[in-house]
Structures are given as structure tokens and as C-alpha cells.
Design a binder for this molecule. Structure first.
Ligand code: SF4
Length: 393
């Protein structure tokens, strides 16, 4: 560990981690986010190939301090999943009877922090903390405080917002968390219940927007996954919502990462359709789209109203060519691409006392294997076994 403070805090953490452990570590799933939990048996993820060590990248393929793939893309953005636990069961992500991974399969706090620190030493500038639902992770404060101490350009958290009112948002903001991204797939209470399979509603996210803004987070992004015949009739209403709450409302094309494996292309509402639906009510002005690594097409309202619109179109406006993302799952799998069928298990290196250089070499080799793109539109596309909740988005 680099500085005395993190060494002391990790030591303190280690001693705390070996005590009884919180409810979430026992694979417990509440139906109402505030309700006491139920206990369920466990299963494993089958299908995708998990290998212990990636083949070595060619000598000289990349300089020591960087992560580069064989398509000459440099990794600058880490998506770090710190739990597979979630208090929602969104229809496009998790089945009602989803089984969590056994606790011993998941990385320890120190392992997450070590991986993040080594990634930063390899050129990563942005980290997004994901899950499952990261606010269910008992040591989230420690994660944010440690990552906030690293030389990052950006540190963000993706959450469904349902537990934010119980979290120390001002402490997170002071520690270096820069952005909070929420998710809301409908403005209709019954539909929110149906999509998330919980008894929450739009008011849960509206409350989360308010308390996040009070704590200093601005702008606030809200993501909605748009699915045909489910919620595409609300797109213009969501644009009104963005204006009313002065937020970045981002619409995401439905991707084949659902555990019910019911995705097919006919269920995708395309970026063009989304823009057309918004323009029936509001004229949009494109914002600077010059960042090749951005996944979002961004717009403001021509009439100068508050709020912005973002369209994330991985299916119809593929952005793989400039992809700068790497993912590490809660159970220590390095996934070079969201749609990887191969993932590399870094736990043996971590749990056999591997040095920073051993970890760095593993990450370099794994990154080199990154596939060119998701291939969703290609003949023979096969949906990965691992679902979004077990990848982290
Ligand atoms: S699908 Fe893979 S290559 Fe494409 S943008 Fe996502 S992570 Fe990058």
C-alpha cells in the first residue's frame, strides 16, 4: 500500500472484516429495500470460460505503465464491481430467484483496493464503483475513501438510489467521489414495481436526486433502460423529468445481458426512435460529441430549459472502436469486454501473495485479449452467461 494512512486503515479493516460480518455477506435478499432479509441457497454461473491465467501478451506490446489491447486501444476506465448482491430484481437484469455467489468467492476489501491501486499505476484515470447494488456493500465508505485518495480524474458510483438516504453522502463527496448515477426505468409507480420487482417507486429516485444534490453532487445522471412494449411510451415524459429536476436523463438501448435470456433485437428501441420520440415534445441541440471514449450522445434543450439528454446506444450506434473500459467482477474475474465469453480469474495471484508487478503483468496480459467489439449484430452472436448484475455494468 502507498501511504501510511491506507496501510493503517487496511489493517483496521482486516481486523473488522474477520468479525461476524453483515447480513449482506450471507446472501440475503430483501423484497422491500428497507425490509429485513430472507435466506436462499446458492448456485454457480456456468457457460463462460473462466481461466486462471491469460496468455502472455507479446513482448513490447505495451509500455510498462499502461494497459493496451491488441486493437491498440488503451484502457483508462475501470468498472469495479464490489458485490453481486442487490435489493432489486429488475426484469432486464436479474431473475426473482437469482442466487448470489458464496461469500468466499467474492474478493475481500483489501483485494478490491489493491486491484484498483495497481490499475491506477497502469494508467487508469476513471473508476466507476458498481455491483449488484454497491450501497449494499458494508465497507463502501472505506472503498470510496481509499479510491478517493488515489490520483484519479474521476470517481463515480452507480446505484438504484434506494438506500442512499442512509448513507454519508457528504463524507463520500469530501472523500473524492465525484459523481452518482441513478437508475429509473419508469415514472409510473406500478410500472416501477413491475420492472424492479420491489415496492419502490419514482419517488425513491426523486428523493435520491435531492439528497445527492444537497451533498454536493451535480450534475446527477439518471439511467433508464428502454425496452419495446415496456416503457418506450415514457421517453418524452422522461425528457420532461430531466427538465423538471435539472438532471442528465440517459436512455440506454436494451442489451443482451438479461438473466431471463429473453433479449432479441425486436425489443430494442433504437437511438433514432428515442430521439424522434423526444423531438415530438422538445427540440434538442447536440452537445460536444468529440470525446471518442464517451459512451453517450449528449444533448441540451433548444429552449434553454434545465436538464440534458443522453443516449447510450451500444446496439445501433456501436462505440467499441474507441473503448477504454476494463471490468473486474465482484468475484475477481477480469473481463476485458462487457460481452466477453472469456474471463481471467486473478484471485490465485492475489491469494498466493502476488506482488504488484505480478498483478500488473496479469492485468496487461488479460487486457491484450480484449475482443474487438460486442458483436451483437454479427451472425453467430452468443449472449454471455454472466448477467449484468454479476458484471456490474
Ligand atoms: S461491448 Fe466491449 S468493446 Fe464494446 S464498448 Fe462495451 S466493453 Fe467496450
Amino acid at each position: 500500500m502507498s501511504n501510511g494512512r491506507s496501510r493503517r486503515s487496511v489493517e483496521g479493516l482486516k481486523s473488522r472484516l474477520t468479525t461476524s460480518g453483515s447480513a449482506t455477506e450471507k446472501g440475503i435478499i430483501p423484497l422491500n429495500p428497507q425490509d429485513p432479509p430472507l435466506i436462499l441457497p446458492l448456485t454457480v454461473i456456468a457457460g463462460d470460460q473462466t481461466e486462471s491465467a491469460p496468455p502472455p501478451a507479446p513482448v513490447g506490446a505495451m509500455s510498462v505503465g499502461e494497459l493496451r489491447d491488441s486493437h491498440h486501444r488503451v484502457i483508462r476506465d475501470l468498472r469495479l464491481s464490489i458485490t453481486d448482491r442487490c435489493n432489486y430484481r429488475c426484469t432486464y437484469c436479474m431473475d426473482p430467484d437469482f442466487r448470489y455467489m458464496p461469500k468466499k468467492e467474492l474478493l475481500s476489501l483489501e483485494e478490491y483496493l489493491t486491484l484498483a491501486r495497481v490499475c491506477v499505476s497502469l494508467g487508469v484515470e476513471k473508476i466507476r464503483i458498481t455491483g449488484g447494488e454497491p450501497t449494499m456493500y458494508p465497507q463502501l465508505n472505506e472503498v470510496i475513501e481509499y479510491l478517493g485518495s488515489l490520483p484519479l480524474r474521476d470517481l463515480a458510483l452507480t446505484t438504484n438510489g434506494s438506500l442512499l438516504d442512509k448513507k454519508p453522502l457528504r463524507r463520500w463527496h469530501a472523500a473524492g467521489l465525484k459523481r452518482i448515477t441513478l437508475s429509473l426505468d419508469s415514472l409510473q409507480p406500478d410500472r416501477v414495481k413491475a420492472i424492479t420487482r420491489t415496492n419502490t417507486g419514482p419517488e425513491t429516485v426523486i428523493r435520491a436526486i435531492e439528497i445527492a444534490r444537497e451533498a454536493g453532487f451535480d450534475p446527477i445522471k439518471v439511467n433508464a433502460v428502454i425496452m419495446r412494449n415496456v416503457n418506450e411510451d415514457e421517453i418524452a415524459d422522461f425528457a420532461d423529468f430531466a427538465r423538471e429536476h435539472d438532471i442528465d436523463m440517459r436512455f440506454i438501448e436494451f442489451m443482451p445481458l438479461d438473466s431471463s435470456r429473453t433479449w432479441d433485437r425486436s425489443k430494442v428501441v433504437t437511438a433514432d426512435e428515442m430521439l424522434e420520440k423526444i423531438s415530438t415534445r422538445h427540440e434538442l441541440v447536440p452537445l460536444d460529441q468529440s470525446d471518442p471514449h464517451s459512451t453517450s450522445l449528449n444533448y441540451t434543450f433548444a429552449d434553454g430549459a434545465p436538464g440534458r439528454i443522453g443516449i447510450i446506444a451500444p446496439v445501433t450506434r456501436v462505440f467499441c472502436g474507441a473503448c477504454s473500459r476494463l471490468r473486474i467482477t465482484a468475484d475477481g474475474k477480469v473481463r476485458p469486454c462487457l460481452f466477453s465469453h472469456k474471463e481471467w480469474d486473478i484471485r490465485p495471484v492475489l491469494r498466493s501473495g502476488g506482488s504488484d508487478e505480478d498483478i500488473a503483468a496479469f492485468l496487461r496480459d488479460a487486457t491484450w485479449t480484449k475482443q474487438k467489439g460486442h458483436g451483437i449484430s454479427e451472425a453467430g452472436f452468443v449472449q454471455p452467461e454472466r448477467t449484468m448484475s454479476a458484471i456490474g455494468g
